[in-house]
Write a protein of this length. Structure first.
Length: 324
């Protein structure tokens, strides 16, 4: 293997290690090392959650950009994040409609997972033509599903009392939570690691799939099966991240391009490097919101990634590192 990719992966791993160390050192009031076992446990839990969410979103971004042959593809393009958000909102709305109270983390996680799976099934079912997934149709169907789920979410929020509106709005902004069940976080982290491993293993096939269909098939790439696997993996990774933290944007869009810039185009390297970079960005963002006091509570991570990721991507476009 060439030195450049190895050096790039080494730098990304060092950056992740530094982000983890910083997160352990940052408390509710800024730099404040943990003083007891409870603080160590809470910060460790948020590090695990941040690593799982960031790694999942970035790996899903690599898969979708390869699947769709579109450098602008991201996990939200298939309607998964919008479907997950609708699932959370629907679960909350049903709680009020039946005279109950807002469900806990488990109820929200269940609604999120079912919403993401439902969106994936709808997109997959409508994007096929003669049993074959068409990338352009997949994008168009994903955009439509996102719009429908977004409109349905707003409608349900409009029908809910203020307490439910506040709870679902906070979730839809995207944020890590101290009360996230450790078992759920570990499960999503395991799914992320497995997804990254499979994605790296499929790296050479993804490289060949960048050719047109006839050329890819001529070199032995089973395009239909590869696209189905990538779609399923990207869906599972995105659903897992949303279950923990809600929809967080731009991580799956920015990370693959940044890694290609420093490590080269090999999808095997890009997959591993993007997972490392995605985990680093979410953990760093979680540290940064601890030191930014807006006087109205902590800024959601999803807001921060959008504020920083949007200008970054525009810069990449203007610098021609990304060609739409």
């Amino acid at each position: 293997m060439a030195k450049r990719p190895l050096i790039a992966l080494g730098v990304l791993f060092a950056a992740l290690s530094g982000a983890i160390a910083l997160r352990f050192a940052v408390g509710p009031e800024g730099l404040d090392p943990p003083r007891d076992a409870l603080e160590w446990s809470l910060r460790f839990g948020r590090i695990l959650a941040g690593g799982a969410v960031g790694g999942a979103l970035a790996a899903a971004g690599v898969m979708l950009q390869s699947l769709l042959r579109n450098p602008l593809a991201a996990p939200s393009v298939l309607g998964l994040t919008a479907g997950a958000g609708f699932g959370v909102t629907l679960a909350t709305f049903l709680g009020f409609a039946t005279g109950g109270v807002i469900g806990g983390q488990t109820t929200a996680a269940t609604g999120s997972l079912l919403g993401a799976i439902g969106a994936l099934l709808v997109v997959y079912g409508l994007a096929q033509k003669r049993g074959v997934i068409e990338p352009v149709t997949l994008i168009l169907v994903g955009v439509v599903v996102s719009l429908i789920c977004g409109a349905a979410t707003v409608l349900l929020q409009h029908l809910m009392p203020e307490q439910g509106l506040v709870a679902t709005t906070r979730w839809l902004f995207g944020s890590l939570r101290d009360d996230a069940p450790r078992g759920l976080v570990l499960t999503v982290l395991a799914v992320t690691c497995i997804g990254v491993f499979i994605g790296a293993w499929l790296g050479p096939a993804m490289d060949a799939a960048a050719l047109d269909d006839d050329e890819a098939l001529s070199v032995g790439v089973p395009l239909h099966r590869l696209r189905l696997i990538l779609l399923a993996l990207a869906g599972a990774l995105t659903a897992g991240s949303v279950v923990i933290a809600g929809p967080i944007g731009f991580v799956g869009l920015i990370c693959p391009h940044a890694v290609r810039l420093i490590a080269g185009p090999s999808n095997r390297i890009v997959m591993v490097g993007s997972a490392l970079l995605g985990a680093t960005l979410i953990i760093l963002a979680d540290s940064l919101i601890r030191v930014i006091d807006l006087g109205a509570g902590r800024m959601p991570i999803g807001v921060l990634t959008a504020l920083l990721g949007g200008p970054t991507f525009i810069w990449l476009l203007r610098s021609r590192w990304v060609t739409p």
